[in-house]
Every structure is written in C-alpha cells, then in structure tokens.
Design a protein around this ligand. Structure first.
Ligand code: NAD
Length: 480
C-alpha cells in the first residue's frame, strides 16, 4: 500500500483528518508511491498554533544558539544528500545528476543561514541630533509560511525555512502535493538536528491549505513559488490581510545569440538550459533569439545536440532527459506542440516522435522555428522540453521582446562583444540576467526572483534580502 503522508506539528508526525488525497506517482513509471492528504484550515490551524506557541521562546534563544541546529542540519543533509537526490528523482522525474545539483543548491541555503549572527546585525549612528543616538535592529515577527511548487521538491523549501527560523521566526511549510517526499526527509533531518518542537512544521495539502494559509490571522508572512496566476492570488489574498508576501511566479525566458558568440559554448549551454530537468525550470530557455545572420547555425546546432538525448527513467544512469511531472501535464505540453503546428510555426524537431519508453510521462525534446510573439507557444509558459526560435534582425528589436512580454524572470545573451553584453545587461527586462550563461540562477547569497508578472512583492527569495523579508527593522532613538 502506498504511504499516506503525515503532517509534522509541534515536533511530532501526526495524521491528517482530510478525506481527500492526491495520488503521488513516479512520473517515469506511473506507479502510485504515496497519498498526500489534502488538508485545509483544520490542519493549517494546528500547525500555526504550534508555531505560534513556539515563537515566544524561540525568538529569545540567542542567535548563536539558534544556528546550532542549522549547522547540525547542514551536516545531516550532507550525510543524506544522495538519499534526498534519489527521492527527488523518484517523485519529480528529473535525472539523478540534476537532483544532486538541486540538493547541493539547497544545502547552500542552510550554509548561508548559519551566518545569521553577522547577517542579522543592525546599524547605529551616534549624534543624529545633539546627544541623540539612533540604531536599527532586526526583530523576528512571528509565524511565516511557505508554499512550494513541484519542480524543485528538495531545493525550493530550503530557499525559505533556514532564513526564516535563523531570524527567530517559526515556520509552516506546505509543499506541492505532487512531490511531498523530499520535504518529508528534510523535516525528519530537521527533527534530528534538534530544532525545538513547533519551530518547523509541515502541512500536506493543495489549494485548500494554500487558501487557509492566506486567511489565517496568525500567519505574518508568506513565501510562495509556483505559477503566476496562483502567485498573484496568494499575493492579493495575503496582502489584503496585512501579511508580508513574496510570490515568485512563472517565466518565459528569452536567450539571445549574437553572430559573434562562441557558438559551441552557446549551443551546449542553451540545449542544457532548454531541456535540462525536462524544461521544468523557471530559468529554462524558452525562446532562443538568433540575432542577425546566425539563424541557420543556431537551428542546425541545436538540432544536432537534441538528437543526443537519451529519454527515460531519471534514476537510470544512461538517462539524460527524464519525464515531465504528470500525465495531465504531459497532455498540456503535447497540446502546446499541437497548437504551435496549427498556428503556423515550423516544427523542426518533433518530440512526440522521439524514441522513449511507452509508459510514463515522456515528451521528447522539441524545436520550433519562426515562432512569433503572437503565437501561443511564443507567449505562454510551456514548462516542458519545447524550445522556440524567434529570429530577429538586430539586438534592439531582440531586447524589445523582453519589454513587450508580461513575464520577466530570466534572460541571457551569448556574445563575445562587450558592447552587446553591456547593452543587454542595461536594457533587458528580466530580473535575472546571464552573459554567456544558460541558466542564470543566483546562488544562496544573492536574491532570487523575477519582475512584472513573474514576481509579486518586493523582497526576493534568499540572499541578504531574506533577512529583510523575515524581520521587522525596529528603529530606536535615545537620549540619556
Ligand atoms: P502551481 O502554481 O500549480 O503550484 C504551486 C503551489 O500552489 C503548490 O503548492 C500547489 O499546491 C498550490 N496551488 C496550485 N494551484 C492552486 C490554486 N488554484 N489555488 C491555491 N493554491 C494552488 O505551480 P507548479 O505547477 O507546482 O510549479 C510550476 C510553476 O512554478 C511554473 O510556472 C514555474 O515557472 C514556477 N516556478 C517559479 C520559480 C521562480 O523562481 N519564479 C521557481 C520554480 C517554479
């Protein structure tokens, strides 16, 4: 029988009363590997009550003591990194090397949070007026919650909880109901690391749990990662109740290739960006824009590289392209391919015809040429292994594409010209930008997040901004 997932509340694993469950399936085989109870307000309230009760003592623990379980967690995550990567592959489908990479990025968040004693420091200025001194201190605020997506089951929860609790807050995670096992192991390790009961809590669920988090009066702030419509919903619902919200949404990332680029490097990096993690990355290349006269070289080079993929179960060492997350998502991606053909884009590589296992949610790498911004595949996020070419005559018109698109997550340019690189970084309308980089992913010590419809809020995920998001900066003015 498939395991029914539990909630973790007040330091204990407890059953949810929820009658409805989501069947968790291994995307490569279709096998049911778990049942996620779809909890609602009752489950969220129990977790928030435990977190609220723990807050008054946790915030008084000296920060140097608060980070000790974080150091322990870092060590336990290192010991269990391979196990976590295997779990991530089993529930999400990405290849084991891809899972390992994401676990590594997650552990780096824990490492950064261990620096809280320095990063939480405030500021002091003497004599702001005669004999009057002014200082600011960062204080924790209470119970924070995070809601995370399916595509990075181990890493994305780690974008938030290490920083939130290192700052002295207590925390409730609601992972994606499609991938609950990575968070389960992370929370088991956090339990062993010695966080006091109630500091870290976990609630299983889907839409009802999300709405309960938005509505709950004792949650002071929400970190969200997922699709743009849900990000906007969470932002509006949370903000309407006076909560802090940082909501990271979807993407449609443009990659520009200049005729002077180091073509081998550019095409290798773009292929990895578009098809790594089966295209289910918010930083994936979606639209490649060959600028000027490199169109044929880019198309032919991508086509040759795409032919090398070995599609299959991500847990097998020979696999280089795993499945997409679910059967409905596969149908959605196939629907985009169909629409691309119907709207007149040129199908250069048809991933539906690729060699792949007959069961599982596989879609082969797909390439369209002469895509326009008006086409569905030229404008909407596909979130699968489908890449579009949108040739442009010059860099000005190429960059204009980013200004015209409602999403603004990431973008990259491949060039050997400092002038083009400078124009790109100055003008591109995307908050994460790469020069000769296929996946412009900020590491733990920088903020992560897009702009326009890709991000709702102002303080982004991880980096120093986390210490602003998860604290109130109290200002004290004194005269003695
Ligand atoms: P999703 O929006 O479907 O789900 C995200 C979370 O919201 C899940 O926990 C889910 O249970 C919940 N949810 C889903 N539908 C809901 C609804 N109608 N009401 C309330 N809650 C709901 O996203 P996903 O499919 O899990 O993840 C893929 C999306 O996440 C893509 O759009 C991708 O670009 C985005 N993403 C963005 C970033 C980023 O940094 N901007 C990072 C990773 C993923």
């Amino acid at each position: 029988m498939a395991e029914r997932l539990k909630n973790y509340v007040g330091g204990e694993w407890i059953d949810s009363d929820a009658a409805d469950v989501h069947e968790v399936r291994n995307p490569a085989t279709g096998e049911v590997i778990g049942l996620t109870p779809l909890g609602g307000m009752a489950d969220v309230s129990a977790a928030v009550a435990a977190a609220k009760a723990a807050f008054s003592s946790w915030r008084r623990v000296p920060v140097e003591d608060r980070v000790q379980p974080m150091f322990k967690l870092k060590s336990l995550l290192e010991d269990h990194a391979e196990e976590l990567a295997q779990i991530c592959t089993r529930e999400n489908g990405k290849t084991v090397p891809e899972s390992r990479g994401s676990v590594r990025r997650g552990i780096q968040m824990v490492e950064m949070a261990c620096g809280a004693p320095s990063l939480l420091m405030g500021q002091v200025l003497e004599d702001v007026s005669g004999g009057i001194d002014c200082e600011s201190v960062r204080q924790p605020m209470g119970v924070f919650a995070a809601i995370t997506p399916f595509n990075f089951p181990a890493m994305v929860p780690m974008w938030f909880f290490p920083f939130a609790v290192a700052c002295g807050n207590t925390f409730v995670l609601k992972p994606s109901e499609q991938v609950p096992f990575s968070a389960k192991l992370t929370w088991e390790l956090a339990h062993d690391a010695g966080f006091p009961p109630g500091v870290l809590n976990l609630v299983q669920g889907g839409r009802d749990a999300v709405n309960a988090i938005c509505e709950h009066p004792d949650i002071v702030g929400i970190s969200f990662v997922g699709s743009s419509p849900v990000a906007e919903h969470v932002y509006k619902q949370g903000a309407a109740r006076g909560k802090r919200v940082q909501a990271l949404g979807g993407a449609k990332n443009f990659i520009f290739v200049m005729p002077d680029a180091d073509m081998d490097h550019a095409l290798d990096a773009i292929t990895e960006s578009a098809f790594g993690c089966a295209g289910e990355r918010c930083l994936a290349a979606s639209i490649v824009v060959p600028v000027g006269d490199c169109h044929d070289e880019v198309r032919d080079g991508l086509k040759a590289r795409m032919a090398r993929y070995k599609i299959g179960d991500g847990s097998k060492p020979e696999t280089t392209l795993g499945p997409v997350i679910s059967a409905p998502h596969k149908q959605k991606v196939l629907g985009f391919i169909e629409t691309g053909v119907n709207e007149g884009a040129e199908l250069v590589v048809d991933g539906r015809r690729a060699e792949m296992p007959s069961t599982g949610n596989f879609v082969g790498p797909t390439l369209f040429d002469n895509v326009t911004p008006e086409m569905t595949i030229g404008s909407e996020e596909i979130f699968g292994p489908v890449l579009c070419l949108m040739p442009m005559a010059d860099l000005d018109s190429a960059l204009q594409l980013t200004h015209d698109h409602p999403l603004a997550n990431a973008s990259s340019i491949f060039t050997t010209s400092g002038k083009s690189a400078r124009q790109f970084r100055y003008d591109v309308d995307a908050s994460m930008a790469g020069v000769n980089i296929g996946v412009a992913a900020p590491m733990s010590f920088f903020g992560f997040g897009g702009a326009k419809g890709s991000f709702f809020g102002d303080l982004k995920a991880h980096g120093r901004e986390s210490f602003d998001f998860y604290t109130d900066r109290k200002v004290l003015i004194s005269r003695w």
